[in-house]
Design a protein around this ligand. Sequence first.
Ligand SMILES: C[S@@+](CC[C@H](N)C(=O)[O-])C[C@H]1O[C@@H](n2cnc3c(N)ncnc32)[C@H](O)[C@@H]1O
Length: 548
Amino acid sequence: MGKNTKRNKKTKQQLQQQQSPPQQNGVTASASGTASEDFEDQQAASSLPSLNAKKRSQLNKLIDELLDLVEKQPANPNEEWKQYEQLQQLLKQIMIVEEPLSQAVCPQITDHPDDQSRLAKVEAFSAWAKDGGVHSEGLEIAIFPGYQLGLRANRPLAKEELVLSVPRKLIFSEENNSDCRLFGKMTQATHLNLAYDLLIEKIRGEFSEWRPYIDVLPAKYSTVLYFTTKQMERLRGTAACSLALRQCRVIAKQYAFLYRYAHTLAESSTGNRSHPGERGLFFTQRGLCYKLYRWAVSTVMTRQNLVPSEKQEAQDSPKFISALIPYWDMANHRPGKITSFYAAVSRQLECTAQEAVAAGEQFFIYYGDRSNTDLLVHNGFVDVNNLKDYVNIRVGLSPTDALAAKRASILDKLNIRHTAELRVLPAPDFISKELLAFVRVFKMSAEQLDHWCSDLERAGDLLHIDCALETDHETRTWQFLEDRLKLLLAVFDKEMREADEVKELSQLQLKDGASLGQEIELMLLLYRRLERSILAGALQYAQEHRKV
Ligand SMILES: C[S@@+](CC[C@H](N)C(=O)[O-])C[C@H]1O[C@@H](n2cnc3c(N)ncnc32)[C@H](O)[C@@H]1O
């Protein structure tokens, strides 16, 4: 891999034969890069349209408006929703102005699945991966309806057999050799660095050494960043809504910062390699647009894994960085156990089979314990067989409660925050022990609080379902849970009745060759059904307990 791929050599030779300018814009090639690499950068940038001054000033204004909007912290769900609607309007206008640019840097975005066009690039990608040292002999990439692409066993695979390895040099991370990195002065988290790096490679197009990999990535995702306002409306009243809206806000804000840095704060860049970050800035100034940022962030969100950093001192505690792992990231998820690990000695990601797989069957990996809320917001799918699902509900002590300090001291002992998101679970547990303990503390009378505060060492008993408590206290606890769950379910019904959900779901499930929009709608309906069923199960459980 790296700079010596056959493909890249060929491109460079061809370019040198065609023209040989070791200078661009009066800048000689720097010590850290070759003349042909600098020339390639100029070539890559020259195919991008530039926006005229009028459009640029329109965009600058829209970005300022966007930043003003997202700076405001919404006080309640209604304000949050209004802010989201305004944000969508602004992003729409931004995307219209940026259209010529987004056509050039992320073309082929239609609402139709791009599985076939991706599959057409798989042969070149597989050859590139093999050349780079990927071992995947028992697997091949194929289309699986409902999953887009995935991995198929081309021979029987034994349980625990090592089926896939990807060497470090083919793992895409902020630690790959590139002088595009270190963008600006933004203190970024590792996944942001990765998204940024990917964005640069995408802009470099045919000149990127990662092109065969980028070519097989989806052109569009079903993450919340791609939802229409109407689709997002389906999440209103669910536990995922606020998270999803926050995600849209945060990504828009990151985009606006990146834009502002590139277009209003930084000087125009020639891409000179002797200055850290210059090449990154050079490409950002020429190719950044919201559609591209959304794509890069969604690629990272849905496909990243953590690998240990190799740029740290031996005595440091291990640091992990976000990475994209070509080929491995074609594997879809199924409940089970994690079977992918980074082997530090051989410097490669190794993946074993979590179960025996017959030839022709899909090979799955387990992505880890995640609720469907988390999967929906960050991975763009839900798992109907999720054994680790839960629904978070928000509870908090009231600042006007005269007994709040005493309640807080018991919660502190239990390591439960005074305002917290606590879990409602599927059968057979229904109510997490933290949620039960919180409500028990919340519903204690003054005497009961004095009793429990006098012996805080016993506080842990409150986590147990059969903790001996006075009947009226238990009744108040379960009544609170019942009322709260009823309220949540009533909001569900207000947004969309259960019968309508079932009807729409069955209509969508019948459709073949669904568009991305329909797949998102199906996912949203499934999500609602799964969350509703957890809440309804817990409600029944709470009602039974209250009566005991
Ligand atoms: C790491 S990628 C796997 C490869 C991907 N299917 C592709 O076409 O490139 C993760 C994405 O695959 C899809 N996916 C993975 N597991 C899934 C599942 N159990 N059900 C539905 N979609 C799934 C989701 O779109 C998810 O964001």
